[in-house]
Design a protein around this ligand. Sequence first.
Ligand SMILES: [Zn+2]
Length: 305
Amino acid sequence: MRSIYEQMPAFQEDACEIALFKAKWPDGFRCPRCEGTAYYHITSRRNRLYECRVCHHQTSLTAGTIMEGTRTPLVKWFSALYLMQKGISAKLLAEIIQVTYKTAWLINHKLRHAIQVWDESKPLKGELRLYGDFYARPAMSGVFDPPDQRDQPAVVGASIDPESGEVAEVKIKRVPHAQFRRRLYDVESYGTFLWRHVTDVQSEIQSIEIVRQSDSEGVTELGLIWRGVIGWLARTFGGIGPKHLQAYLDEFCYRINAGTSAFATLLNLCGITRTVTLRGLVNKRRAVRSVRWTGKTSFRQQKVS
Ligand SMILES: [Zn+2]
């Protein structure tokens, strides 16, 4: 089987501009100042500008998008977007699209930021299943971390499609140590996850079930997802430290949730998500809002044989 980058289309700058235009303005151009819909093209040396016919405000195509302020050609961004369907390291991305490691790292993290904003905008609802575990970074790369930072408790939470009984939407979120040290199969341990990532509309929650990695029928679906993310982090990055782990967990879930429309979904997100700076990424300033959960929903614990 050919690898994903051998199948990558040869993106053209003009076509990328058109595609980003559609992602940014799905209903056609809209002036950010006066909401006018008519514009002139102004071609500058580096960036295509749009001038409003009414108020003459000039705006660039990338303004207000995840690519804002970039000096990297759109074809390289589109290649990175395409490769996000597989999930590759900044080192490999840098080689493929011929940019520096730092640029590749920033592009990947900006794309993850768009994914995170999207993820936080759609809390889980319906029939829920939760699975808790500890992410242990491989000893080789984590040996210098303080011991209490090495095992990251995380929850795999999924909405189940009532028709098929399969996972319809999944999130994997880090949760606080203190809470999770208690009991993996006690719903009390899932309070933070429920509060932040599940709808606060009571009538939208049908049931909450705590599952294990495997049961009498073998590995559970959530157990498989957990094993999948562990394997991907190990193979691709040699493991991830606590600082950026959440961004990688969200990236993994994006691929499951967006499925075959992963590229189109990410392109649309890039068009409508404000960019984040390097400083914002490094400081991990919390730029994304999450939901509050005040639940009194009755819990259904899975019987564990
Ligand atoms: Zn205007």
